[in-house]
Write a protein that binds this ligand. Structure first.
Ligand code: ADP
Ligand code: MG
Length: 218
């Protein structure tokens, strides 16, 4: 039997219906029907200018918005819109702006522990262990578990977002311009760390960027 690709996308499209007046609607075709496969261990870069539909594609893959048409299968399993439980164990996403993607009222430790509590059978002790291990993996310290996101630099916040994405050990990591809100120096640093992690964990990655050069180095 032939193994299915890790990710199979078939005829995926999205048209937004924007209200332009009381009775008027304008259709914005954000993604034209799109099909592709991604194999285990591969990295796919999605490159395009602003407004070309990159985030729309990423959000559809992450299950946050419903496609107008098309199917997504991960590990041969057809994704159902709204079934976030199944999807979050298979695919996790990191967003452009850590400031809005992390809840600033929740401590880092809890941000990382919640997905474990909701999606695994781990004991409290095992969860604590996993949180510390994941923080270390992204270059943070165990004590950072006690911090609130706004006490961290944006580079550190993006590390927390990375930790949150990796804590459930998903097969697929989806990054939507994760470095664009960061200073040049932090960006260079974090880019090479993400790449090292990717290689070490052998994690399949989809990288969204508007920067062609960045796409080439991921
Ligand atoms: P990118 O991430 O490549 O900049 P987006 O996927 O954010 O592109 O946007 C693609 C197009 O869809 C743009 O024309 C944008 O204005 C439109 N769009 C994005 N999100 C929405 C939305 N929630 N409602 C209506 N139109 C949207
Ligand atoms: Mg975008």
């Amino acid at each position: 039997m032939i193994e299915p690709s890790l990710l199979q996308v078939r005829g995926l499209s999205k048209t937004y219906q924007n209200r332009t007046g009381l009775f008027r609607r304008q259709a914005v075709e954000a993604i034209k029907p799109l099909s592709f496969d991604l194999e285990v261990g591969q990295t796919l870069a999605i490159v395009g200018e602003a407004g070309s539909g990159k985030s729309t594609l990423a959000r559809i893959l992450a299950g946050m918005i419903e496609p107008t048409s098309g199917d997504i299968a991960i590990d041969g399993q057809l994704m159902v819109h709204g079934d976030y439980q199944t999807r979050c164990k298979l695919l996790r996403m990191i967003f452009q702006d850590p400031n809005t993607s992390l809840n600033r009222k929740i401590r880092v430790g809890q941000i990382l522990e919640t997905p474990l509590r909701l999606n695994t059978e781990m004991t409290e002790e095992e969860r604590r262990e996993k949180v510390v291990q994941t923080l270390r993996m992204v270059g943070m310290l165990p004590d950072h578990a006690l911090f609130y996101p706004q006490m961290l630099s944006s580079g550190q916040q993006q590390r927390v977002a990375l930790a949150r994405a990796l804590v459930l050990s998903p097969g697929l990591l989806l990054l939507d311009e994760p470095l664009s809100a960061l200073d040049a120096l932090v960006r260079t640093h974090l880019r090479s760390e993400i790449r090292a992690l990717q290689q070490r964990l052998g994690i399949t990655t989809i990288m969204v960027t508007h920067d062609q050069e960045e796409a080439m180095t991921m």
